[in-house]
Design a protein around this ligand. Structure first.
Ligand code: NDP
Ligand code: 2IT
Length: 444
């Protein structure tokens, strides 16, 4: 049995109740086969893959807090510090009822390669809780965030582990967490990214993931002599990533026809009104059913459905496994040209395979949504030099990072005979830097 197969078998046996983690590991290790096979004896002797798939450490803790009725609620908090070969652990905090250790491990594992692809010195980590911020008062959210950080503050620091936002964690939550960290540790330092602009945040971090997604999509299309201007797009989600993806798509001359949340989706034939979306989601924290009030010509539908709408580009920006094989078939039948993942692992393994086999340009999340964490690393640089850069400076850095990233994954795919397969390219290019650093640092 080959070394890759041996490790896949062992990981599958040891993590059988963590399907998302297994899905992520499987995809990466399958892509790495040519690299591993070229160095099989050395990697096996050093147990390189076993070390890669096992987090350096993981924390699980109780998060008690008091709700507005005076009742004590208890949630579970997690932080997985996956790999620090190339820099301090870096990755978001997800607050969603679906969170469990397997979800956090899948996200932390992906983050290793994504962070490597940014070209910046950040290792991989992720955290979160099964707490649901939806429908909670600001005070309840604060009580949760303070309790969560009271425990998390023991394990993080600006040169150790730097969390940020993810699903359910936005500017409000980061603010409460930062305040509590500062109170406990007595240090005003860049321990979180996505901070408010008046206390160490970076301009363009809010926009970065969505903007970066469009910059890399534009670069990829350009290298295939396709102009993004004039194209139509379907987007899922209506959170941080989706909103700024839609905004940048419109700035580049494309037209986005859809957005969604966990209860329904909207189709707007005139192009999604981003300002309306911001007001509904960022200001009012409301449901997408509100959208029709702003745009009477639009349609609202319950459930899932954005991938049925015919468009040139599909941008899944909500959550994992939201685009399955049936959706992939519909997209291909409707003539989609490109699929770029704003979310982490939104496309199932089967759907990804189908899209690639049908010649669709497919950009995996670890490449396509890396603009968010890259800009977080720029926020860390600004915190270190105690200066704030202009929006233009951060944004032009982001554009360069995404264009370079595209060419790096494209080159890696070509080097191993997988031209145009950006899944293989991203996994190999991300892995190369991490494995080099791991080898240099000995058996740790
Ligand atoms: P937000 O919480 O801001 O928005 C999430 C959006 O996805 C909401 O519209 C939400 O709907 C929808 N959604 C969440 N869970 C589900 C679900 N189980 N089923 C259907 N819809 C769902 O999160 P972000 O925009 O920050 O994150 C979106 C994705 O992008 C995630 O995969 C995240 O890991 C990834 N990502 C985020 C980055 C960032 O910088 N924020 C960076 C890189 C990747 P509802 O409001 O109804 O729950
Ligand atoms: O998935 C991700 O890359 C994020 N949620 C952003 C992480 C970060 O540290 O900015």
């Amino acid at each position: 049995m080959s070394y890759v197969d041996e490790v896949i078998e062992r990981v599958t046996r040891e993590n059988s109740n963590e399907p998302e983690f297994l899905q992520a590991v499987n995809e990466v290790l399958e892509s790495l086969r040519p690299v591993i096979e070229a160095n099989e004896a050395k990697f096996k002797r050093d147990a390189l893959l076993e070390r890669l798939v096992n987090p350096e450490r993981q924390f699980k803790f109780r998060v008690p807090w008091v709700d507005d009725k005076g009742n004590v609620q208890v949630n579970t908090g997690y932080r997985v510090q996956f790999n620090s070969a190339i820099g301090p652990y870096k990755g978001g905090i997800r607050l969603h009822p679906s969170v469990n250790i397997g979800i956090i491990k899948f996200l932390g594992f992906e983050q290793i390669f994504k962070n490597s692809l940014t070209g910046l010195p950040i290792g991989g980590g992720k955290g979160g809780s099964d707490f649901d911020p939806k429908g909670k008062s600001d005070r309840e959210v604060m009580a949760f965030c303070q309790s969560f950080m009271t425990e998390l503050s023991k394990y993080i620091g600006p040169d150790q582990d730097v969390p940020a936002g993810d699903i359910g964690t936005g500017a409000r939550e980061i603010g409460y967490m930062f305040g509590q960290y500062k109170r406990i540790r007595g240090q005003f330092e860049g321990v979180l990214t996505g901070k408010g602009l008046n206390y160490g945040g970076s301009l363009a971090r809010t926009e970065a993931t969505g903007y970066g997604l469009l910059y890399i999509t534009e670069e990829m299309l350009k290298s295939h002599n396709i102009d993004i201007s004039g194209k139509t797009a379907v987007v899922s989600g209506s959170g941080n990533v989706a909103i700024y993806a839609i905004e940048k798509a419109h700035q580049l001359g494309a037209k986005v026809l859809t957005a969604s949340d966990s209860t329904g989706w909207v189709y707007d034939p005139d192009g999604i009104d981003v300002e309306a979306l911001k007001e509904i989601k960022e200001v009012n924290r409301a449901r997408l059913t509100e959208y029709k009030k702003y745009r009477p010509n639009s349609e609202y539908h319950e459930g899932k459905g954005v991938w049925q709408i015919k468009a040139d580009i599909a941008l899944p920006c909500a959550t994992q496994n939201e685009l399955d094989i049936e959706d992939a078939k519909t997209l291909v039948a409707n003539g989609v040209i490109a699929v770029a993942e704003g979310a982490n692992m939104p496309t199932t393994e089967e759907a990804t395979k189908y899209l690639i086999e049908n010649g669709i340009f497919f950009l995996p999340g670890k490449a396509a949504n890396a603009g968010g964490v890259a800009t977080s690393a720029l926020e860390m640089s600004q915190n270190s030099e105690r200066r704030s850069w202009s929006f233009e400076k951060v944004d032009s850095n982001l554009q360069n990072i995404m264009a370079t990233l595209y060419h790096n994954i494209d080159d890696a795919a070509k080097r191993y005979g997988f031209e145009g397969n950006y899944v293989v390219g991203a996994n190999i290019a991300g892995f190369e830097k991490v494995v080099d650093a791991m080898n240099a640092q000995g058996i740790v």
